[in-house]
Design a protein around this ligand. Structure first.
Ligand code: ADP
Ligand code: ZN
Length: 758
C-alpha cells in the first residue's frame, strides 16, 4: 500500500491538515500529534482539554492540547481528536509553556503538571450548573408572524424581544405571568432559540472581617523601606525580569514594602501574586492586603471547591488585583501579571512533596522570566540559594537591617546544656530558662517555647558532652534504627552497630531521639501552675480553624504561654511576647540533612524575631549542647551574612546546593529485598547513563532514608549530585527513559529534583 507515491490530492490534504499536539493526563510519554477534524478547527486552542484515542485502549483518553499547527509532517496518518472538552482554554500560552518547562525540568508527565496547575475544582466545574437560555429566533423579525400568535404566546415572545437579553424559561414565565405551555409552543414553532451556558452558583465569599485591631492606615515608610521601594519600583519600571532579594530583619516592615510595590503595579492596571507559607495565611495577613486593595483573592486550604473555582474564574477574568496564597498560587491565571512576591522565601512549604515535586520559587522565577516581570524574594533568613544568586549576579540584594521604630533586635542568650548546673532533674527546661519564664509571667508578659522536632529521625547524641555520631565519609549524623541496633548513614548506607557508650567521652548513657511537645506540656504545667498554657503542633492543630483559635487566644491575652513546634516560629507579630525559649536547638542541627545548619539558623532567628516587637522589648534563651556551633553563634548575634558565608564554604566541600545541584530517586515497595534489588538496578542504569553521556555526576546509595519504612512500604533513596543541573537532569532522564519495573514486584519510584527534605 505504501510502495507507490500517494496521489497529488492526498499530499495536498496532508499539508492542509490541522494538527494538535496533545499530552496525556495519565501517561508519561508524548506529546503526540492528532488530527483536528474540520468542525473543531478554530475551536480547539492550546490549553484546552481533549479526548483522544490511544492504541490498545477502548475508551478515549484525557489529554491537554499544547499547540496547534497546520500540516502533518509525521509521515503517517494521524488519529483524530475525539472531543474538545472546554469552550475556553484553561491556561494561556505562557502558562502552557510553563507547564512544558516544569514537565521537563522536574521530569514529571506534562498531564500531571497541568493537573497541579489547574485546580481540580476548576477541572470539575465545581459550583456551577448548566442553564438553558431562550432568545428570539430570526423568524420573529417578521412582525406579522408575531401578530398571528395566540395572546399568551404573543405576550411572552414580545417580552423576550423587548428585554433584549436571554432568559431562562422560568424567568420568562414569571415576567409573562404564564405557564410553561405557551413557552414550549414557541419553542416548537422555532420562534425561540435555546442556548445552554455554564454558570457559577456560588456567590461571592464574604470579605474577611478581622478583629485584630489593625487599621488600613499606611505608615510613612522608614528610610530602609523607602530605599527598598525605590529599588523595586526601578525594577518594575525597567520592564525586565529582575530578581530582587529583600533581606529584611524580623520586624523591619517587609509587608509594607510589598503592599506599596503592589500599589505601584495596580496603578498601571496590572496585578500581583504574593506567595506566603500556608501557615502564615492568618487573618492578620489577609487583613493587611484586603484593607489596602479593592479586589484581593486569598487562596487557602480551607476553601470549598466552589469557592476555589469562583476565585479562579475572577482571577482569570482579570478582576483581581492581588492574589495571596500558598505555593500553588504561583499558577494563578492573572491575565496582566506585573509582579510576583515570595514572602518568607526560605520556607520549606514552597516545595511540593508530591508529584510534580516543584519549588514555587523556581517556578516563580521561570514565570517572571518568561513574562519579563520582576520577582521579589523576601526573608529575614534568605535561603542559601537566593543569597548565592545575589553573589553571582542573578539577583539584586536589598537590605533592611533595622527594625521599624528603632526597636532593638532582641538579646539572645545561649544556655550550655552540657553544664551540670543548668540541667534540672528529669526536665527539658534549664535553670536559667525556668527563672526567665517565671520572671516574664510575673511582669504579665507572654512566653513562646519552641520545641523543634522534625520527623522521627533519631540521631545519636551524647547527653553528657553533646557529641553526635556521624558518617566518616559524608559527615552526616547517623540514624539509629531500633530494629537490630544499627546506626546508618542515609546518604551512603555506611552502617555500624550503635555504640553502647559515647565514642568521644565514654559516657555510657548515650540516648536516642527525644522529647515530644506533649511531654514538654506536662513539664511546663507542673513548673508554672498558674500560667495559662496552649500547645500548638500538628497533633493539636488537626482541625480546621484550631490554629486561628489558639493564635487569637494568645493575641487577646487569654493564654500566657504558647508552646509548640516550628509552626509557632513564623510570622507572628505579638507585641507582648517578652520571652522566647528554644528548648533544644540541636534537634534541628543534627538532623541528617545538609541543610540542617541552615534550618537551625532560620529557626532560631525566626523564633527570636517573635519577641521585642512592642515597647517593652524582649529576650531569647536558646538551650543547646553546641553553643559554639557556627549556625547557633551567628543566630544569637542576628548575623545572617556571617552565617551565609560560612555555610557557603561548608557546602562547597561536597558541592551541595547552591554550588551544585542534587536530585534524589525514591523507590518504594512492599518487599524490602525486592525494593533494594530494584534500587540496585536503577543504580547501574544511572551509572551506565552517566558513562554514555560523559556526565560528571556523583551517585550515592541506595540507602534507607531516616524513616526507612513508611505506611507499610520500604524505601530506598539514590542521591545524585553534580555541579551542572543539566548534566544531572540528563543522566536521570536517560536512565529512566526505558526503565520498567515488572508489576509483580510492586515497586514504584519517583524522581525528586532539588529535594528539600533529605
Ligand atoms: P516583617 O515582615 O519585616 O517582620 P512586618 O511587615 O510584620 O515586618 O512589620 C512589623 C510591624 O511594623 C507591623 O506591625 C507593621 O504594621 C509595622 N510597620 C511597618 N512599617 C511601618 C512604618 N513605616 N512605620 C510604623 N510601623 C510600621
Ligand atoms: Zn555516609
Amino acid at each position: 500500500l505504501f510502495d507507490t507515491d500517494p496521489p497529488p490530492w492526498e499530499i495536498a490534504a496532508e499539508e492542509d491538515v490541522a494538527v494538535a499536539k496533545v499530552v496525556l493526563s495519565d501517561a508519561p510519554y508524548g506529546p503526540y500529534d492528532y488530527r483536528i477534524p474540520d468542525p473543531m478547527r478554530g475551536l480547539l486552542r492550546p490549553g484546552m482539554r481533549v479526548h483522544v484515542p490511544l492504541a490498545r485502549r477502548k475508551r478515549p483518553t484525557l489529554g491537554w492540547c499544547i499547540e496547534t499547527s497546520i500540516g502533518n509532517s509525521s509521515g503517517r496518518a494521524l488519529s483524530e481528536i475525539a472531543e474538545v472538552l472546554d469552550d475556553e482554554p484553561l491556561c494561556d500560552p505562557p502558562l502552557v509553556r510553563l507547564v512544558m518547562w516544569m514537565s521537563h525540568y522536574y521530569q514529571s508527565p506534562a498531564g500531571q503538571v497541568f493537573d497541579a496547575l489547574i485546580p481540580s475544582s476548576v477541572r470539575a466545574n465545581a459550583g456551577t450548573r448548566e442553564r438553558t437560555y431562550l432568545t428570539p429566533a430570526p423568524a420573529t423579525e417578521d412582525e406579522s408572524v408575531v401578530d398571528r400568535l395566540p395572546p399568551k404566546q404573543q405576550k411572552a415572545l414580545r417580552l423576550l424581544i423587548a428585554s433584549g437579553r436571554p432568559m431562562t424559561a422560568a424567568q420568562l414565565m414569571v415576567h409573562a405571568e404564564c405557564t410553561a405551555a405557551p413557552i414550549s409552543a414557541l419553542r416548537k414553532k422555532g420562534l425561540v432559540q435555546e442556548e445552554s451556558r455554564r454558570e457559577m452558583t456560588a456567590g461571592m465569599p464574604t470579605r474577611w472581617q478581622s478583629g485584630d485591631g489593625e487599621t488600613a492606615q499606611s505608615h510613612p515608610p522608614t528610610a530602609d523601606q523607602a530605599e527598598a521601594l525605590r529599588r523595586i519600583m526601578a525594577a518594575l519600571d525597567s520592564q525586565q525580569a529582575k530578581t530582587l532579594l529583600l533581606h529584611g530583619v524580623t520586624g523591619s516592615g517587609k509587608t509594607e514594602v510589598y503592599i506599596r510595590a503592589i500599589e505601584h503595579v495596580v496603578r498601571f492596571g496590572r496585578a500581583a501574586i504574593v506567595l506566603v507559607p500556608e501557615i502564615s495565611l492568618t487573618p492578620q495577613t489577609r487583613g493587611r492586603f484586603e484593607r489596602r486593595f479593592d479586589s484581593v483573592a486569598v487562596l487557602h486550604s480551607q476553601m470549598t471547591p466552589a469557592e476555589r473555582h469562583y476565585q479562579w474564574q475572577r482571577i482569570r477574568r482579570g478582576e483581581v488585583q492581588v492574589v495571596v496564597g500558598p505555593r500553588s498560587a504561583v499558577f494563578a491565571p492573572l491575565p496582566r501579571l506585573g509582579l510576583i512576591i515570595l514572602d518568607e522565601e526560605h520556607d520549606g512549604s514552597f516545595k511540593q512533596d508530591t508529584q510534580p515535586r516543584y519549588h514555587a520559587r523556581k517556578v516563580a522565577f521561570a514565570r517572571a522570566q518568561s513574562l519579563q516581570i520582576p520577582l521579589v524574594l523576601g526573608s529575614a533568613t534568605p535561603s542559601l540559594e537566593s543569597w548565592y544568586a545575589t553573589r553571582s549576579g542573578l539577583a539584586e540584594l536589598i537590605s533592611m537591617p533595622h527594625r521599624v521604630g528603632q526597636r532593638p533586635m532582641p538579646h539572645v542568650q545561649l544556655v550550655d546544656l552540657r553544664l551540670k548546673e543548668e540541667r534540672t532533674r528529669g526536665g527539658a527546661i534549664s535553670r536559667q530558662l525556668h527563672l526567665a519564664v517565671n520572671e516574664t509571667l510575673r511582669e504579665k508578659g507572654q512566653v513562646i517555647l519552641l520545641l523543634n522536632r522534625r520527623g522521627f529521625a533519631t540521631t545519636i547524641q551524647c547527653p553528657s558532652c553533646g557529641h553526635v555520631v556521624a558518617c566518616p565519609d559524608c559527615e552526616m549524623p547517623l540514624t539509629h534504627h531500633r530494629d537490630g541496633g544499627k546506626a546508618v548513614c542515609h546518604y551512603c548506607d555506611y552502617t555500624i552497630a550503635t555504640p553502647p557508650w559515647c565514642p568521644e567521652c565514654r559516657f555510657d548513657g548515650i540516648r536516642y531521639g527525644g522529647l515530644g511537645t506533649q511531654k514538654l506540656e506536662i513539664e511546663v504545667k507542673a513548673r508554672f501552675p498558674n500560667a495559662r498554657v496552649a500547645r500548638m503542633d500538628s497533633d493539636t492543630m488537626r482541625r480546621p480553624g484550631s490554629h486561628q483559635k489558639v493564635l487569637s487566644a494568645f493575641r487577646s491575652g487569654e493564654v500566657d504561654l504558647l508552646l509548640g513546634t516550628q509552626m509557632i516560629a513564623k510570622g507572628l507579630d505579638f507585641p507582648n511576647v517578652l520571652l522566647v525559649g528554644v528548648i533544644n536547638a540541636d534537634s534541628a542541627l543534627h538532623f541528617p540533612d545538609f541543610r540542617a545548619g541552615e534550618r537551625t539558623f532560620q529557626l532560631v532567628t525566626q523564633v527570636a524575631g517573635r519577641t521585642g516587637r512592642g515597647d517593652r522589648g524582649g529576650r531569647v534563651i536558646v538551650q543547646t549542647f553546641s553553643p559554639e556551633h557556627m549556625a547557633i553563634q551567628a543566630a544569637s548575634r542576628h548575623d545572617y551574612e556571617q552565617f551565609a558565608e560560612a555555610e557557603l564554604a561548608n557546602r562547597q566541600k561536597f558541592n551541595y546546593p547552591p554550588l551544585g545541584s542534587v536530585a534524589r530517586i525514591i523507590l518504594r515497595g512492599t518487599a524490602e529485598n525486592v525494593t533494594e534489588a530494584i534500587a540496585e538496578s536503577m543504580l547501574s542504569r544511572l551509572e551506565a547513563a552517566r558513562e554514555r553521556l560523559g556526565a560528571e555526576v556523583r551517585i550515592l546509595g541506595p540507602a534507607p532514608p531516616p524513616i526507612p519504612k513508611l505506611r507499610g512500604k520500604y524505601r530506598f533513596h539514590l542521591l545524585l549530585q553534580s555541579l551542572d543541573p543539566i548534566q544531572l537532569g540528563a543522566t536521570i532522564r536517560k536512565a529512566t527513559e526505558t526503565f520498567k519495573i515488572p508489576d509483580k514486584d510492586d515497586v514504584q519510584y519517583v524522581v525528586d529534583i532539588d529535594p528539600m527534605d533529605m
